[in-house]
Design a protein around this ligand. Structure first.
Ligand code: C5P
Length: 399
């Protein structure tokens, strides 16, 4: 699960350093690339050779290699890392982290790191319980450092109490949750159908009826669902967008084709997001040759298309169904009508009256409406909007 993740494992001078060997092995086994930075004192507790062998990388302790003068750049280390994990973290290192003391490579790396930082404290129970240590841990937590709580039990000193470094397996679980939060999403393994983009209704072999939808909103939602581990079938009208990573795309043109593809996928799905701008009418007859212009007016007879969302809502059976409402007037009343009629769990309302909302652009301004009420959001990127929508979908799976 940690495939391709870069982790700096910082080891400080605690007897729990022996557990860092197992921790390193488990991280590598999960697919992470691990570079180990040790404090000078840590070398007294576990040999650099052990850690180099397990991490498959040279160990870094000093600012430079005394044999050839080569510099160990804490800045590039900090940039390389997805996470700096200090385990075990002594009271001394924790205290230095809070004050910005930078007298070894591990501490300078901490100060340069742009990545997530986690510490797994390991110390004697009185040191751990000391008001200074507790205050330092609170300070680090307030600054966004994750504290992997120590366990209670027999300590190396023979005393009983809290201060024993968390077990390597538990630390790895917490690292996975921090680096791959989406694998812990309730959407993991759920199957979703997303409709996106505009449909195209043929008039003759040359002309058609369509609308301004680009598909950007639906594509962003499909991408976000997939990023959280959902299996996504994206039923897409014609667009110029690339298929989002991990999404299976099914191309359609007309409302009828979208209806057929979507209802088929719905049979196996756990949820659907209806984002497409589906034509409400389609030409009653499609000419098989290019219509010639004449002197007079031209009339095209239109017939109603099928309402795909309505059909899914009628066969909902407790599954999750989310719809969109793009309105130009009477926005909320119209959106609430759709919530009822189409049996949506919630409706994403966007108004063409709001600048930057709706079609074409990269931004949107939405209000989420469900039976409990409404939730208005400011103008933001479609990617951020997708995040908010998918967050709300998650809550429906947690209920
Ligand atoms: O009724 P209205 O077209 O405004 O409803 C919008 C919602 O219904 C959107 O979620 C849209 O994707 C969906 N819809 C549909 N099939 C149609 C028309 C709308 O799925 N034929």
């Amino acid at each position: 699960m940690l495939n391709g993740k870069h982790i700096i494992l910082g080891i400080t001078g605690s007897i729990a350093a022996y557990k860092a060997a197992m921790l390193c092995r488990l991280l590598v086994k999960e697919g992470a690339e691990v570079k180990v930075v040790m404090t000078p004192l840590a070398k007294q507790f576990i040999t650099p050779l052990t850690m180099a062998t397990l991490s498959k990388n040279p160990i870094l302790v000093e600012f430079f290699n005394p044999e050839n003068g080569e510099w160990n750049s804490h800045v590039s280390l900090g940039e390389w890392a997805d996470m700096l994990l200090i385990a075990p973290a002594t009271a001394n290192t924790i205290a230095k982290m809070t004050t910005g003391i930078a007298d070894n490579l591990l501490l300078t790396t901490y100060l340069s790191a742009r990545s997530k930082v986690a510490v797994a404290p390991a110390m004697d129970l009185d040191m751990y319980a000391h008001v200074t240590t507790q205050q330092n841990l609170r300070t680090l937590a307030q600054r966004g450092v994750a504290i992997i709580e120590p366990g209670a039990g027999e300590l190396a000193s023979g005393l009983m109490g809290k201060g024993r470094m968390a077990e390597p397996e538990e630390i790895v679980e917490q690292v996975k949750a921090m680096l791959c939060p989406h694998n812990y999403s309730p959407l993991h393994g759920k199957r979703f159908v997303v409709t996106a983009g505009a449909t195209i209704e043929k008039i003759d072999p040359v002309r058609y009826i369509t609308n301004h939808s680009t598909g950007k909103m639906g594509y962003a939602i499909a991408e976000q669902l997939a990023a959280r581990g959902a299996e996504v079938r994206l039923i897409s009208g014609r667009t110029t967008l690339d298929t989002p990573h991990g999404v299976e795309r099914i191309d359609v043109l007309s409302a009828e084709e979208m209806y057929t593809a979507t209802t088929k996928e719905w049979a196996e799905a756990d949820g659907a997001v209806m984002c497409a701008a589906v034509a409400d009418y389609t030409p009653k007859h499609v000419a098989d040759h290019k219509l010639k212009k004449g002197d007079g007016e031209m009339f095209i007879e239109l017939k109603r298309t099928k309402d795909i969302a309505h059909e899914l809502g009628a066969k909902k059976q407790g599954r999750v169904l989310v719809g969109f409402a793009l309105e130009t007037d009477n926005e909320e009343a119209n959106a609430e009508g759709k919530l009822q009629r189409k049996n949506f769990d919630f409706v994403v309302l966007n108004s063409l009256r709001d600048a930057g909302a709706g079609f074409r652009g990269d931004t949107n301004k939405i209000t989420l409406i469900d039976k409990a009420g409404r939730e208005e959001h400011p103008l933001m990127s479609k990617r951020d909007v997708a995040n908010i929508i998918v967050d709300k979908i998650e809550t429906l799976f947690n209920r």
